[in-house]
Design a protein around this ligand. Structure first.
Ligand SMILES: *Cc1c(COP(=O)(O)O)cnc(C)c1O
Length: 225
């Protein structure tokens, strides 16, 4: 079961969010990835209709299913961002669909993406909370992964991170670390900030926020899988 979205309400929330981002960051453009996981095909359609073309998904099957429902015209406009934990054997089914692989966190994934989607745009995901069960590479491995991806011919367009669940000061510090690494390694995008920690992330230097519930409302709990 997926949750319905109201396209008009989504459009209003998108415009409010864009106004808020412009206020929070008058000098730096902060782009929005609309995260549609858990919602049906009407969610990416509502985002597209309101002018957002970067759409994020976390699960390979769900992304492919949505893509297949889109019209050729919609497919040409959309830029899918893959955000979730990614198994190597899922890369093939996504290779011709995904525009930006944001959750790249290990060498075997880099090698597989380079093989299936040569020259693709990737971001290295960092595990900012340093909890072992969370996705993302250790901070100490970041430079080596960026180097490996570049050597493999991939276009490293940014670093991605999920804020820590604890105190805001911890998230702010973690975001600051990611931004400093992005500067040091000369990667342009800092994909940090979600519905609940967007301001902290923009203060720290985000260039791309990934917003789901803030645009589409609460998600239905994920069943099975
Ligand atoms: C689900 C998800 C988001 C969006 O989260 P919201 O809290 O719904 O805004 C952003 N980034 C990643 C990696 C996610 O998994």
């Amino acid at each position: 079961m997926t949750t319905e979205v109201n396209a008009q309400l989504v459009a209003e929330r998108i415009h409010e969010l864009q106004d808020r981002l412009a206020q929070l960051s008058p000098d730096r453009d902060v782009r929005v990835v609309a995260v549609t996981k858990g919602f049906g095909i009407d969610a990416p359609r509502a985002a597209l209709a309101a002018g957002l073309t970067m759409i994020g998904e976390n699960y390979a099957q769900e992304l492919v299913a949505k893509h297949e429902e889109l019209s050729p015209d919609e497919r040409a406009r959309i830029e899918w961002h893959f955000l979730g934990r990614l198994q190597r054997n899922k890369v093939r089914s996504l290779a011709s669909i995904v525009s930006v692989w944001q959750s790249v966190d290990r060498v075997e994934l880099i090698d597989e993406i380079a093989r299936r989607a040569p020259g693709a745009k990737v971001m290295i995901q960092l595990n900012l909370s340093e909890e072992p069960q969370k996705g993302g590479a250790a901070l100490v491995d970041c430079a080596a992964l960026v180097g490996h991806a570049r050597d493999a011919g991939l276009d490293v367009v940014g670093l991605m991170g999920v804020g820590t669940a604890g105190a805001p000061a911890d998230s702010a510090a973690a975001f600051g670390t990611l931004v400093a690494l992005a500067d040091e390694l000369a990667v342009g995008d800092r994909s940090i900030g979600m519905s609940d920690d967007l301001e902290l992330a923009v203060d720290a230097g985000s260039t791309m926020v990934r917003v789901g519930t803030g645009l589409f409302g609460p998600r239905a709990p994920r069943e099975g899988v």
